[in-house]
Design a protein around this ligand. Sequence first.
Ligand code: SF4
Length: 327
Amino acid sequence: MPKAIALLSGGLDSQLAICLVKEQGVEIEAVNFQTMFNCCKDDARQVAYNLGVGFTLIRADESYLERVRNPKFGYGRGINPCVDCRSYMFERARAVMEHAGAAFMITGEVVGQRPMSQKMEDFRLIEKDAGLEGLILRPLSAKLLPVTIPEKEGVIDRARLFDIQGRSRARLLELARHYGIENPPNASSGCALTQPQFADKVRDLFEHDPGHDIWKFELLKTGRHFRLSPETKIILGRNENQNAHLEELRFQGLPLLRPHNFAGPAAIFLGGANPEMQAQGASIILRYAQKPLPEICELEFVRGAETAIVTASLPAAESFIEGVRIA
Ligand code: SF4
């Protein structure tokens, strides 16, 4: 039985691509790709199980960050280097393909569905860049695209593929009904890089922290970020879950500042926390704390096994907040 690798986001399009190719007698191994910037909206592993195909998870590594930092093909509206990102995914998936003895790859991409990375010229660029020319089959739009190697070799019957293009989901939903896919998920990458505000946090980190520590990029999804100096950044939780997450980071040695005699967000420091920065951090916490505040606000400054009390009475002024806020 011929074998193919399918890029599976967990969304409807990739599920449909798998259904279309699987019914032509091809064994499928689904590959799900996770970066430090996309949230796992869909449980791709469960989707693969439901479709009756194998599953491999690929996590982006440090070399992915270099693609985000210096894309060959530019950014979208945020700091999303979609063409480079897709090329990186295909390169990584190619290694799985070779290891699994698969002959080609399939995706749920639809011509013209996304402004960046799903135009015909993007498809060509990505295939060439990833060393996969003629080996990527896009069953939903195949009839609009050049004939691929598995079609030429008769492994895939092109007549049973589709010519869907654009943003309308009508034909996709019709296919979902045909294949019994219930509650089809909305089309969304869940990728934070597309959000302009999030892009500011990524740019700040590239500028001030040239190392590619993956955990620091993952931390960008949590909280409000403020840059107090070129070396020091403070992150405040936006809710109880985020406060708890930040509290855990103190066990990794990061200094923590948290309210003691009032209710408000916790904050961690990255890059140092001298007394001046502790005072600035306290005033920022007061700005986002529940009101009314006590006359003298006490905060606990925790570093390693040591805890000290820091006091503050005035929330930071808006002009100060505006000057230090990253996003
Ligand atoms: S939206 Fe994000 S995950 Fe999707 S291709 Fe673009 S950069 Fe990659």
